[in-house]
Design a protein around this ligand. Sequence first.
Ligand SMILES: [Zn+2]
Length: 246
Amino acid sequence: MNDSKEQAIKSTTCEFTYDWYRNFLQGLNDADRNFTTYDGEIETGDVLLRHDVDLSVERAVRMAEIEAAEGVQATYFLLVTTKMYNLLNDEVRERVSRIRSLGHNIGLHFSTHQYYEEEPRTKSLVKRIEIERQIFKMATGIPVDTVSFHIPPDWVLRQSFDDFVSTYEERFFSEISYRGDSNQRWRNDPPFDSGYPEKLQILVHPGLWGENDREFEDCVHRAVDNVAESVDTFANRQYIEDELSG
Ligand SMILES: [Zn+2]
């Protein structure tokens, strides 16, 4: 293989760094793509950029800042039921506000796995989602009308619901192309090797990205370590230090 060919392949190889992500956004901007939201019709040239916040709200803020600097708007989906962060906690609420203040949208990341092992009645599912949307709004003050399912089971794919928009509705797949970075699969399969599709939905998990490139499992461990440290600091301040001074 000659050097220039090797270079061309290298340039499309995905590294999970903020530098790579910035270039990725700039490429879409240079191709005149328009970043849009889930509540309207998708036109030619539109991009739905979505983030499922599984591991770290802190990293979601960092990503939101990079996007804002590039003039890019995204939708951030947050979990109510995760052990990784608590939407009622003051630091988390501030981070969610910060993402919103940067011009992004917020949605509910809903885990069916918390409630169901197999397909429930639609009525039950819709009720659970309604409860979580209410909790979300009460916790953050933000109404959430768009839902993204966490590790979606087959029975939510291509389904539509009356009360909210689902990112897995038929129209977001049959009419537009989809590129997702789940499990860092872009390492072996870069998202735009064959050019930019005309209509596009992109899923990016903020917890898989950083200043330096790290493998998927490292990213998960890093997030767990950060949660442990944060709980440790919280508990020390709240119980041990207060005990000594009190
Ligand atoms: Zn998820």
